[in-house]
Design a protein around this ligand. Structure first.
Ligand code: SAM
Ligand code: DTB
Ligand code: SF4
Length: 322
């Protein structure tokens, strides 16, 4: 039987229902995910975003997974905020390669007002190229979200990363509710939200179910839901964590698709470490968005030629932003 939804296609099940979905035989789970997916999307189309890290390292937060935290020695070269010209040149190149959305990330706990002004200028100029814009700058104040909206920003990425219960095992310099407050400001300003998490940080299936359920029952579920597979970065506290089983990762993608039927589910970090077969299964399970280009923020991502070959092999076509 298909899961129950309200008139707006919002998931009506409980956390326990989500956990039960994760525990289904894989084929049964994929059958359900596939039905839900086909109802809302062309299952052969994939949305393509390109990332650029506009400020690198020295972040005061202690996120246990992150190469950019100042708390850990990961050997990363720190870089100040890029100039507007450099960012716009990179966006032009991403557009030529085939990306329809340009996502700019900064290693901040949150920006200062003067920094929001500079990022706003980047947003205006990237939008003028005819691309969708996304930024991820950490915690925002309400008026900063309004300024970004005025600059024309389409999306704000701000992940909850894991369940509320597991959050303080991963980050202690901010709380889960700090993240939720920023998402509220972004939403109120009229910017679409991009919010997901990381799988493979030692969390349980219950944590995965709780994280996805939290997103699914939000007043306005996120438009995009990035599901990152932890990239284990030497020097971070999570460098030695046990890998998530690849098929459990596929299960999480399928449950994200079922719980968030109208959202773009993005197969995000970790694709460089995945086989074509595993990625194909993730797309089959309902992932319909990726980060494209040889670099994520600081870590490697498949080169475009490799992704193009994969798309051709499995018959996926890029979605274009009109
Ligand atoms: N500082 C901002 C923030 O925390 O929102 C923006 C940049 S932060 C690097 C964006 C997201 O990247 C994090 O929320 C996390 O989900 C993801 N991320 C960071 N390091 C990762 C890793 N090693 N593996 C997988 N995802 C990672
Ligand atoms: C998201 O959920 N994943 C992206 C994006 N949002 C900003 C970032 C992945 C970062 C992977 C590690 C790195 O490149 O430093
Ligand atoms: Fe990394 Fe963002 Fe955490 Fe800073 S706030 S350590 S950039 S994930």
């Amino acid at each position: 039987m298909l899961p129950q939804y309200d008139a707006n296609d919002k998931f009506l099940g409980t956390v326990e229902d989500a956990e039960a979905l994760l525990a289904l035989p894989l084929g049964d789970l994929l059958d359900i995910a596939r039905q839900v997916y086909r109802k809302h999307f062309d299952p052969n189309a994939v949305q393509i975003s390109t990332l650029l890290n506009i400020k690198t390292g020295s972040c005061p937060e202690n996120c246990s997974y992150c190469p950019q935290s100042a708390h850990y020695d990961t050997g990363l070269k720190k870089e100040p905020l890029m100039s507007v010209e450099t960012v716009v040149a990179a966006a032009k190149q991403a557009k030529e390669t085939g990306a329809s959305r340009f996502c700019m990330g900064a290693a901040w706990r949150g920006p200062k007002d003067a920094e929001v002004e500079i990022v706003s200028q980047m947003v205006r100029e990237v939008k003028a190229l005819g691309m969708e814009t996304c930024v991820t700058l950490g915690l925002l104040k309400e008026h900063q979200a309004v300024s970004l909206k005025e600059a024309g920003l389409d999306f704000y990425n701000h992940n909850i990363d894991t369940s509320e219960n597991y959050y303080d095992k991963i980050i202690t310099t901010r709380t889960f509710s700090d993240r939720i407050e920023t998402l509220g400001f972004v939403e109120k300003a009229g910017i679409k939200t991009c919010c997901g998490g990381i799988i493979g940080m030692g969390e349980s299936n219950k944590d995965r179910a709780e994280m996805l359920h939290y997103l699914a029952v939000m007043e306005n579920p996120p438009t995009s839901v990035p599901i990152n597979k932890l990239i284990k970065i030497p020097g971070t506290p999570l460098e030695g964590v046990t890998d998530v089983d690849p098929l459990d990762f596929v299960r999480t993608i399928a449950v994200a698709r079922i719980l968030l039927p109208k959202s773009f589910v993005r197969l995000s970090a970790g694709r460089e470490q995945m086989s074509d077969e595993l990625q194909a299964l993730c797309f089959y399970a309902g992932a319909n968005s990726i980060f494209y280009g040889e670099k994520l923020l600081t870590a490697k991502n498949p080169v475009p030629e490799k992704d193009n070959a994969l798309f051709a092999k499995i018959g996926l076509k890029p979605m274009h932003y009109a």
